[in-house]
Design a protein around this ligand. Sequence first.
Ligand code: ZN
Length: 238
Amino acid sequence: MEIIDSHTHWGPSVTMGTEVTTQEILRQAEQSGVNQIVVFPFPSTALADEGVNQRLLNEATKIKEFIPYYYIPETMKPIPDRKRFYGGKWHWMRGTQDSSSNYRALEDPKLGEFIEASEEIDLPIVFEEELAFTEAFVERTKNLKIIIPHLGMLGGNPIDFLSTFKARENVYFDTALAGSNMVMEFIESIGHERILFGSDIPFGTMKWELEKVLSLSIGDDEKEWILSKNLLRLTRLA
Ligand SMILES: [Zn+2]
């Protein structure tokens, strides 16, 4: 079975003063039996120097296991199409990371253009904000595919995210750092087609996060969707 990690951070982190190297990600992938890895830059690094998107792309041309995502800058520049990015990362736009959204970002006239362009590009965006912000964003698009990391854990209560987006077929969730019981609750409610396996390296380890998904009491076919097929379909790599 092909296994793809849909959520890892690559490169230096300005705030943490550390670096996640290509070698470290490949080491964890080999140790866990993961075939391909979605990689995106650390927020603090991308905000300090947007050039890290290009460096990530350069690295991904050398490392065949890498599936690079574009860090969406505070200028709300859409994912540059045809440049071999397979998705985007939207992270607390102009807000405080992992803690509070900046609702003025929703008033920016550029947001409409961003959403329109992103719908056209039709690549998934890993989208992390508070629940109310996420809801306001999702209201403005019918078909833009967004993936909410950690089942929404950092933006509010996962159960509230679940009930808010249950009927929204374009909203997906990743399993990174979430508890097994909560992952099961999501699968039972919205099915396995909208759940993706992610490790969130370096905040989680690939081996632990993968074992968590492998040990869920669901069928192998459902696991396969969570472990690779949903991601392949979203990124059109299939
Ligand atoms: Zn992350």
